[in-house]
Design a protein around this ligand. Structure first.
Ligand SMILES: [Mn+2]
Length: 417
């Protein structure tokens, strides 16, 4: 009997010590330079321990299963945002996610004096749970000293909860979060420009309104910009299922391209780019174009290359426009394979396009072709002949741009066409 009691005491004390060890391990593995970073790293470590205890829906990026008798309601709710809103609303705003990075990324050490960043998130009628999960994932998984602020730019949403309720909620967060409002629907580009103009950080990071940042997402992006301020960097975009909100790691073996209709497309990374990096998949991957929703850019470099084309409406073409602009203005566009951010990919767009979807995208693509593609624009006009006559009429309203090299800077002149 006595032996049994001894055993119990020994077992419980060792269990306590194992737990203490686990905590200490987590605490110290979170911080690279522990002397001055203790206050920063205690919180994420605690959160990490707590999130491991989570057993709720969608934790660790798992798929959410909706009960049979809820399926009808689920289908109704799906139509609002073109993703499974019921599933999203069931998942915690600070849900845990797996660490999907390559092993070589987990041990990289970054400088202490990385530039800080402002986060700009444009939204239009976004769901509460996806928007706020984006915000919480930024706050929870970014070192506080690298996060200047989060700017939420509302492109004239019509939902009540995105009004005062959002502003009040933003005030309760531990990072400055400001809500800016566009007076009327203007589209992604001009709303992003509004946000960018209000930023105070050294780097601007644009995110979509239905993202989730994973552990260690920010440091490698900022480290690359510190190394070369003319590199514009994207994370690997992981897939958050629109049906189940399951988190699935994206591949570092695809990069951005386009077809002659000027649609963005993913293509396999060519051997020459693997060779340039000497086979090290953790190094920045040069990509011809980007998907456009998520990237970081040095704020002064963004100004130097003339920001976005403010004449583009609503959505479409702006990602290729920015990609062509960067490469042609002496910069480089790179996927930072150690940085992972999830994005809810949808099969259909929930957004309205004032003026008609086709019209808006054609107009944006014509501007893209005329400004950046020189003789190659003919491929676009041959493939999409419908765009040609209307373009001729519109040419009068298009301001041509000329890029003049002065020293290392790309200076923008607006010339009237
Ligand atoms: Mn999106």
């Amino acid at each position: 009997m006595r032996r049994f009691v001894y055993c119990k005491v020994v077992l419980t004390t060792s269990l306590v010590w194992v737990l203490v060890d686990v905590f200490l391990l987590l605490y110290f593995s979170e911080c690279n330079k522990c002397d001055d970073r203790k206050d920063h790293s205690l919180l994420p470590a605690l959160r990490a321990v707590m999130s491991r205890a989570h057993e709720g829906p969608g934790e660790m990026g798992k798929a959410v299963v909706i009960a049979k008798d809820e399926q009808e309601k689920m289908k109704e709710l799906f139509k609002i945002n073109q993703f499974n809103l019921m599933a999203s609303d069931m998942i915690a705003l600070n849900r845990s996610l797996p660490d999907v990075r390559l092993d070589g990324c987990k041990t990289k050490v970054y400088a202490d004096d990385l530039p800080d960043t402002s986060i700009v998130i444009v939204f239009h009628n976004e769901a509460w749970s996806t928007l706020l999960r984006t915000v919480h994932s930024v706050i929870n998984r970014s070192p506080r000293h690298l996060l200047q602020e989060i700017l939420l730019v509302d492109d004239a949403s019509e939902r009540d909860f995105l009004g005062k309720k959002l502003e009040n909620y933003a005030r309760t967060l531990e990072v400055p979060v400001r809500v800016l409002r566009m007076e009327q629907r203007t589209g992604l580009i001009r709303a992003r420009l509004r946000g960018a103009a209000a930023t105070r950080g050294q780097v601007i990071t644009f995110l979509d309104a239905h993202c989730e940042c994973t552990v260690g997402w920010l440091e490698p992006l900022l480290a690359r910009i510190k190394e070369d301020r003319r590199s514009v960097v994207c994370p690997i975009i992981d897939v958050i299922s629109d049906e189940t909100f399951e988190y699935m790691a994206g591949s570092d073996m695809t990069y951005g391209g386009f077809n002659w209709k000027l649609n963005f497309r993913w293509y396999p990374v060519p051997q020459r780019e693997m060779d340039r990096r000497k086979g090290d998949r953790t190094l920045p991957l040069r990509t011809p174009t980007m998907a456009g929703g998520l990237f970081s850019i040095d704020r002064t470099y963004f100004d130097e290359i003339g920001t976005y084309d403010p004449g583009m409406d609503i959505w479409g073409g702006e990602n290729l426009e920015m990609s062509f602009r960067i490469w042609q203005c002496g910069g480089s566009l790179e996927i930072i394979t150690c940085s992972h951010v999830g994005h809810v990919f949808r099969k259909a767009t929930p957004y309205s396009f004032p003026g008609g979807t086709g019209q808006v995208i054609n107009k944006n693509n014509r501007r893209l072709a005329e400004v950046w593609m020189d003789g190659f624009k003919d491929f676009f006009y041959i493939i999409s002949p419908g765009t040609l006559p209307r373009f001729r009429l519109n040419l009068l309203s298009l301001s041509g741009w000329e890029c003049i090299w002065g020293g290392n800077k790309c200076v923008w002149m607006i010339i009237n066409a």
